[in-house]
Ligand binder design. Sequence first.
Ligand code: HEC
Length: 108
Amino acid sequence: MIGLWRPLGVAWCLTWALGASSAGADSIFAPTLAATCTTCHGPAGRSSGGIPALAGVPKARLVAAVMEMTEGRAKDSLMPALLRGYSPEEIDAALTWFAAQEAEAPLP
Ligand code: HEC
């Protein structure tokens, strides 16, 4: 699914070819997108409050939770409405990124 974003990413990179970053489109895209979730789900998805943590949770479980929420099967508050603002590709990229994060933050 993320392949759909590659042509877009390439165009973006060409447009900004003289920009500071030389990282691949995917590596820019997913963390930027996931940052829109971390306000509530904690830094890198490591929540310390009542909102579920996403960091290090197997992707299949995150996908199942998102499907429950988007299909209205879970008694959720704001996530179903919030998820409507994202494309399936964006959700997929964000969940892939969160699943790959360390569940525990290293000690400072
Ligand atoms: C405004 C705060 C807020 C934002 C922003 C937010 N979430 Fe959530 N999320 C919640 C809350 C609260 C829950 C718990 C269920 C509920 O009450 O809706 C939740 C639940 C979830 C769950 C289910 C976790 C589980 O174990 O049941 C997933 C997956 C999830 N969010 C993913 C995301 C992703 C991906 C984004 C960014 C695209 C995001 N959330 C942005 C507040 C937020």
